[in-house]
Design a protein around this ligand. Structure first.
Ligand code: NCD
Ligand code: ZN
Length: 346
């Protein structure tokens, strides 16, 4: 197959940041995606509908002229989230979903939730309103090994949460393990998972190939090959429980190439190309549209795109760095050959 045509994709997990980085990265997402679920982990975090509405305006101001793009906003849950405001924000069309970061699990999660049980009244209100809960699923106790955080979270936090809230719709964000892939399809259509390109492309060895490689460091961290293979099988299964969420997470180069480097892979410039590589290798290009353009919208309850995009098999060189104001960001595939290219849309 030299050409592949599918409905325009939706990215169900992006970090746009703010200021000069926002301006630099938004066009990379709008080139390939019609909508995106935007993460709220700014400093300070997006915790109210008013902050989300203002952030949405700043995003729209960075969308290139002529691009048709809708950012879908999320609320950053804290120990003090007010259920009434949250549900009003959802009803008013500002919040598409709410994001649960366990405190200290990842970038800008210091204001995250310290006790999920105490959030139960908020979660009950979300279930009643039909508002999806998006979860960064890692248990971050000091006695839990970093490679076990996801599996431990599923057993000790997520499974009980789903039992306590049988009507709550939940997305396990950026799953990284066999356990995550198996669990995501265990609760029918009320539970789903996003999968990033890097967790499909690599296992944890790439972090240490010939030296330490900060641009592959993200959270949840890359896992063993066995887990990578389980994720590849899940993404290419066509099952509606799995959909595209890049977790594109730009950090300035100096903050990644650092004695204490930030977690996050900036994949937006090559996102669809990266996923196509995986689906091609797995002989599953016929299932790509379900993963990239249909399953996510079905879960969130909006229509898939009415536009069609075509990608062609053609080699091109990904730039080593992308400019962001006076600084630069290293993208996924930076300096490498990419094997698919956007040909056009109709
Ligand atoms: C994300 C970021 O930088 O905001 N980083 C990451 O490694 N994925 C946060 C997140 O999604 O965990
Ligand atoms: Zn993320």
């Amino acid at each position: 197959m030299q050409l592949i045509t599918f409905r325009k994709p939706v990215d169900l997990h992006v970090h746009f940041r703010d200021g000069a980085v926002l301006e630099a990265v938004v066009p990379h997402t709008t080139r390939q995606f019609e909508r995106a679920i935007v993460m709220p982990n700014l400093t300070p975090p997006v915790t109210t509908a008013a902050l989300a509405a203002a952030y949405r305006e700043r995003i729209m101001a960075a969308v290139p002229a002529g691009a048709d793009f809708t950012p879908l906003m999320t609320c950053y849950l804290t120990d003090t989230t007010c259920a009434k405001d949250l549900i009003a924000g959802h009803r008013d069309g500002i919040f598409a979903a709410a994001k649960l970061y366990p405190a200290h699990a990842t970038t800008n999660s210091v204001h995250g939730v310290t006790s999920v049980e105490r959030l139960d009244p908020v979660l009950a209100a979300m279930a009643e309103a039909g508002m999806p809960l998006l979860i960064h699923g890692e248990l971050v106790h000091h006695d839990v090994d970093i490679f076990d955080r996801e599996a431990r979270f599923i057993d000790s936090v997520l499974a009980p949460l789903l039992d306590r809230h049988p009507d709550l719709r939940v997305v396990m964000e950026h799953i990284t393990t066999r356990q995550g892939a198996e669990f995501a399809r265990s609760h029918g259509d009320r539970l789903a998972a996003t999968i990033t390109p890097q967790h499909l492309l690599y296992d944890r060895n790439v972090l240490f190939s010939g030296g330490i490689r900060p641009h592959y460091y993200c959270l949840p961290i890359l896992k063993r090959r066995e887990h990578q293979l389980a994720l590849r099988a899940a993404a290419t299964s066509g099952l509606s429980n799995y959909f595209l969420g890049t977790d594109t997470a730009p950090h300035l180069r100096g903050l990644k190439e650092n004695a204490c480097g930030c977690a996050g892979v900036f994949s937006a410039p090559v996102a669809i190309e990266a996923y196509l590589k995986v689906f091609d290798e797995e002989g599953a290009l016929d299932r790509f549209e379900a993963f990239a353009s249909l399953n996510g919208p079905a879960f969130y309850g909006f229509a898939p795109s009415s536009k069609q995009v075509t990608y062609e098999r053609r080699n091109w060189q990904c730039p080593a760095v992308i400019a962001a104001g006076d600084e630069e960001i290293v993208p996924l595939f930076g300096g490498e050959t990419v094997h698919w290219a956007l040909q056009g849309q109709a």
